[in-house]
Design a protein around this ligand. Structure first.
Ligand SMILES: Cc1cc2nc3c(=O)[nH]c(=O)nc-3n(C[C@H](O)[C@H](O)[C@H](O)COP(=O)(O)OP(=O)(O)OC[C@H]3O[C@@H](n4cnc5c(N)ncnc54)[C@H](O)[C@@H]3O)c2cc1C
Length: 709
């Protein structure tokens, strides 16, 4: 098992010693109202660690181990073998056991398992994702879709890595629409076997981790056909390679996906099947079974609900990507903000002293709102992880909780994965040329995380699921409504109600805005008003889409589909707004638990920066819907700039609270080396001036000569 002797005190950095910070070099921030306050870094670090703190600290110890670190400059084959070797060490250490049943040596700790997995992103995303394929997809499919017999027979080797496995769901022809995959599993009662078959090229399984080289078996998703009836997608355990020679077994074929845009430690590949026979018992039959005579039975009558229930058991991938990309964003910000407090460029008013980058407003603008967003994500991820643990521990495993969990995961994963790409790119640019060097990690992280927006559910497709759920909930409110009620709804009265109740009309009024900035902004600082504004945006958008769809309620299916498509973009925007509201709520709730006054004040500014950045981002909507006046919208931007100046002195403490150690950061530009270089350069010029050895500036020399006549 993992070395559990966690050194929490080491892992949680103190304000005096954030990784890579050098006291001498961290520039004195400009005087500001907030500079006298102090953030209690340890307190905030504990908050950010969330509900599975000890597991995270243990996993950080693993992430610090050089054996698990991403190595640059290896060939494709070397990268893949290195990643497999890393996984073997992990398997020996028992890192992967947490999710599995106690009777098989596991801990049955669903939430803790994901927390530990997420922390691996700072070591090597390839290791994280290849491990995710093995234990979070291949073995998890056996666990969640199989029954006790499968657990006893198949899980031990999947857990120990004796059988490296692929999770074969996606096909070249169908990725997001899994229900439409082409692979078939046709039952043959004569031999009591399923026949796994790929009927055409587009039905080749594709992009599968472990399929390119190492996989010996696969959990294959296919249309289950028995007695001439297609019962929809089910999962089957299929051996694919000889364990010794790694040659494909008869009837199985495949290709290597080759070099990818990132994650090259993983051997992604394609698989196809030519009438491959597997025993009936290899159907993972928790939700649907086939008797010896071919009779199909399921505890879930509706094929659609059965399909979504099966997929829902695999929600952990989405949950864990939300956490992983939040940590990666934090790491990118740690590197860029550390550098920004040490790197000097352009002379300041003080002779011989150049400005550090973070003193420039534009630099603050680029990094601090992203820091605020990352903070919000830490808190919303913890809410998601707890919801996941409640369901998967069995403590609160109800249909409603499962649906809520799936909706929340589908909303947060897109926001955080997009945020990571945006943040890593901005961090890269903020570090100039240094940011482009592989040794400083930002480009590598960015390319490895690129695909996180696509796998485990493409972001736009996931948000559409959230949008549909919002519409369903909305329609439920109108079940049994009269024509009059619907007419009112169509006229936008429902949205208008929220508009009045939340005091939003007040903040939208022009007259009240004629006073100064402080007055204009005051109402927006109130949490109830903030919530009302964010909630109202969701409600108004959903109501407007609902009204459009209601018009075609009785039209043909084709017309309904067309109307839905005409509103698809708006629906996805509504879903995104709902996700932002969840992040805001989680951050607001977390803020309320902070008792230390200085810390609460500073975190309150971070919260404000997050919220006002949302208002600014959606200013066009708020303005066009009369929720904010032009004057107030301008005040939002001005207030953001004030917040940046207030937060500037606390930027390093806020990143220190992420708790990264030097072994996790591993970026020379964030090691303090830049500060040493800057100090050396400044000392050199100072010494020259003191010794009178500094050459005279041309302008000054000319002036002197002119004065002499
Ligand atoms: C590195 C990597 C590893 C992977 N690992 C695995 C694995 O181990 N096992 C596995 O089974 N799969 C794996 N996948 C596959 C991955 O899950 C799919 O790529 C993903 O589900 C998207 O499917 P697709 O590529 O077919 O894209 P598509 O579904 O074709 O989507 C393409 C684009 O069209 C958009 N789009 C699609 N449908 C709609 C719609 N209705 N409305 C609006 N826009 C839409 C999407 O937003 C997307 O931008 C992996 C992929 C990669 C690249």
């Amino acid at each position: 098992m993992v070395d559990t002797a966690a050194r929490a005190d080491e892992s949680v950095r103190t304000p005096e010693a954030p990784a890579g910070a050098s006291a001498s070099a961290a520039s004195a921030p400009p005087a500001s109202g907030g500079a006298a306050l102090k953030l209690d870094v340890e307190l905030v670090a504990r908050k950010l660690l969330g509900s599975f703190a000890q597991v995270r600290l243990d996993a950080r110890e693993v992430a610090r181990d050089p054996r698990f670190h991403r190595a640059e400059g290896l060939t494709l084959d070397e990268q893949r073998e290195r990643t497999l070797a890393q996984m073997r060490i992990q398997a020996e250490q028992g890192f992967q056991l947490r999710a599995f049943p106690k009777r098989l040596g596991g801990f049955e700790d669903a939430g803790g398992n994901l927390a530990g997995f997420e922390e691996l992103v700072s070591a090597d995303p390839s290791l994280q994702i290849k491990g995710g394929v093995q234990w979070g997809l291949f073995a998890a499919a056996i666990l969640h879709l199989g029954t006790a017999e499968h657990h006893d027979r198949l899980l031990p080797d999947a857990i120990s890595l004796a059988v490296p496995g692929a999770f074969a769901m996606t096909e070249t022809g169908h990725g997001s629409d899994v229900a439409a995959i082409g692979t078939t599993a046709t039952y043959d009662p004569e031999t009591e076997e399923f026949v796994i078959h790929t009927p055409f090229r587009a039905a080749w399984k594709d992009y599968l981790g472990n399929a390119g080289k190492h996989g010996v078996a696969a959990t294959v998703f296919a249309q289950l056909v028995t007695n001439g009836v297609n019962h929809g997608v089910h999962c089957f355990y299929v051996p694919i390679r000889d364990a010794e020679t790694l040659e494909f077994l008869p009837g199985v074929g495949g290709e290597d996906d080759g070099y990818k845009g990132g994650l090259n430690g993983i051997d992604n590949g394609r698989l196809h099947f030519d009438h491959v026979r597997i025993p009936r018992s290899n159907l993972l039959n928790r939700y649907g079974d086939v008797a010896a005579d071919g009779t199909y039975t399921s505890s879930i009558d509706s094929p659609g609900r059965r399909f979504f229930t099966m997929l829902g058991t695999l929600v952990q991938g989405r949950v864990s990507l939300d956490g992983s990309t939040t940590i990666a964003s934090a790491l990118g910000l740690h590197i860029a903000l550390t550098y920004a407090t040490q790197r000097r460029q352009f002379a300041s008013a003080t002779p011989g002293v150049e400005h550090v980058l973070l003193d420039y407003q534009r630099h603050q603008r680029r990094l601090l709102p992203r820091l605020a967003q990352t903070y919000a994500q830490y808190f919303s991820h913890d809410v998601l992880l707890r919801a996941f643990d409640d369901v998967f521990s069995g403590r609160a495993d109800t249909d409603e909780n499962r649906q809520n969990l799936e909706t929340l995961a589908a909303a947060l994963k897109p926001l955080s994965t997009w945020h990571a790409l945006d943040t890593l790119q901005e961090a890269r640019e903020a570090c100039g040329g240094s940011g482009f060097l592989a040794e400083n990690r930002l480009t590598g992280l960015r390319s490895d995380l690129d695909i996180y927006v696509t796998f485990e559910g493409d972001n736009n497709v996931l948000l559409q699921l959230v949008g549909k759920r919002l519409l369903t909930d909305y329609a439920t409110q109108f079940k049994g409504a009269t024509k009059g009620d619907l007419a009112k709804f169509a006229a936008g009265q429902v949205a208008g109600k929220a508009y009045n109740e939340g005091g939003i009309r007040r903040v939208g009024q022009n007259l009240a805005d004629l006073a100064g900035l402080g007055h204009s902004i005051e109402a927006l600082k109130d949490h109830d008003t903030q919530r009302a504004l964010l909630q109202d945006r969701v409600d108004t958008m959903v109501a407007a889409i609902g009204a459009e769809l209601n018009k075609v309620r009785k039209a043909s299916a084709a017309e309904q589909a067309e109307a839905f498509n005409e509103n698809q973009d708006a629906l996805i925007e509504a879903a995104r707004a709902w996700g932002e509201l969840q992040q805001w709520q989680a951050f607001t709730d977390a803020l309320e638990t902070v008792e230390d006054a200085g810390t609460r004040k500073i975190l309150g500014w971070v919260h404000s920066l997050f919220t006002f950045t949302l208002f600014e981002k959606h200013a066009a909507w708020y303005l066009s819907h009369g929720r904010l006046s032009g004057r107030r919208a301008q005040a939002v931007t001005a207030y953001i700039n004030r917040l940046l100046a207030r937060l500037r002195p606390h930027a390093l403490d806020l990143t220190a609270a992420f708790g990264f150690t030097d072994e996790q950061v591993r970026a020379p530009i964030a090691s303090g080396a830049e500060a040493i270089r800057q100090d050396e350069a400044m000392a050199y010029y100072a010494n020259q001036r003191e010794a009178g050895l500094a050459p005279v500036d041309e302008k000054a020399a000319k002036k002197k000569a002119a004065a002499r006549g």
